[in-house]
Ligand binder design. Structure first.
Ligand SMILES: Nc1ncnc2c1ncn2[C@@H]1O[C@H](COP(=O)(O)OP(=O)(O)OP(=O)(O)O)[C@@H](O)[C@H]1O
Ligand SMILES: [Mg+2]
Length: 233
């Protein structure tokens, strides 16, 4: 069943006199429960796409249909509800609240969700059970990234949007995180979208969307995604 569908979605940014097309007429569809990898070089428009899918930014034209609803016509209030209940977002640069502990950062997000998971359980899954009372400044980059991942997962969302979720992680910890994300899709039916420039991650996906210069270059589906233990980077 098609769960996410983009039809000619375009987003431009204007700075002074120059206009940049960040997403140029993107069209694709994603099935419910798929693990999707969006690949593309720096500046290809991946974060812009993810922000639009997550209701954090709006496009200029085209449709963004999520579970049958075109969110590109949503009001700010409708977008807030959509973000709050429908989406878990792993930010490229973590966006943790600096004066809250690890546990509080995760709870802040899960408290507003409808059917959240236990914060400490999720922190345990990402290997941070001994860091729950630390503040972000006391954590390494990779640990902060894992708090950000735990925060998104603890909301137990239908859609998990992850912007370079393994960017700061060594390959072993990265694989542990990818396994958690794949389990969310396989066992809980969450639709998981991972944005990365690391093409080594692509084989684990059910669908790979390649972006280049603000456009979709290619969409491939895989009947037999690789085991996470079999990839290497
Ligand atoms: N708020 C903004 N204002 C102006 N230009 C922007 C803004 N956000 C993104 N852009 C531009 O849009 C293009 C796409 O940016 P985007 O962040 O989506 O790329 P990306 O694929 O995520 O890159 P990276 O892999 O480096 O994170 C870039 O040229 C970028 O400079
Ligand atoms: Mg980006």
């Amino acid at each position: 069943m098609t769960y996410i569908e983009l039809k000619d979605s375009t987003k431009k940014f204007k700075t002074g006199d120059t206009e940049i097309i960040a997403n140029d007429s993107l069209s694709f569809s994603i099935e419910k429960g798929e693990l999707v990898v969006v690949l593309g070089a720096s500046g290809a428009g991946k974060s812009t796409l993810l922000n639009i899918l997550g209701g954090m930014d709006t496009n200029d034209s085209g449709q963004v249909i999520i579970d049958g609803e075109n969110i590109s016509t949503y009001s700010d209030k409708e977008l807030t509800t959509y973000r709050r209940h429908g989406v878990g977002f792993v930010f490229q640069f973590y966006n943790l609240v600096q004066n809250l502990t690890t546990k509080e950062n995760v709870e802040l997000a899960s408290e507003i969700a409808k059917d959240p998971l236990d914060s400490v359980d999720v922190l345990q899954q990402v290997g941070l059970d001994d860091r729950i009372d630390n503040f972000p400044a006391q954590l390494s980059g990779g640990e902060q990234q894992r708090v950000s991942i735990a925060r998104a997962i603890a909301k137990n969302p239908k859609i998990l949007l992850c912007d370079e979720p393994t960017g700061a992680l060594d390959s072993q910890t990265g694989k542990q995180i990818l396994q958690i994300l794949q389990d969310r899709s396989r066992n809980e039916g969450s639709t998981v979208i991972i944005v990365t420039h690391n093409s080594a991650i692509a084989p684990i996906a059910d669908r790979v969307i390649r972006m280049c210069d603000a456009k979709i270059q290619k969409v491939e589906t895989s009947g037999q995604p690789s085991d996470i233990n079999d990839i290497e980077w």
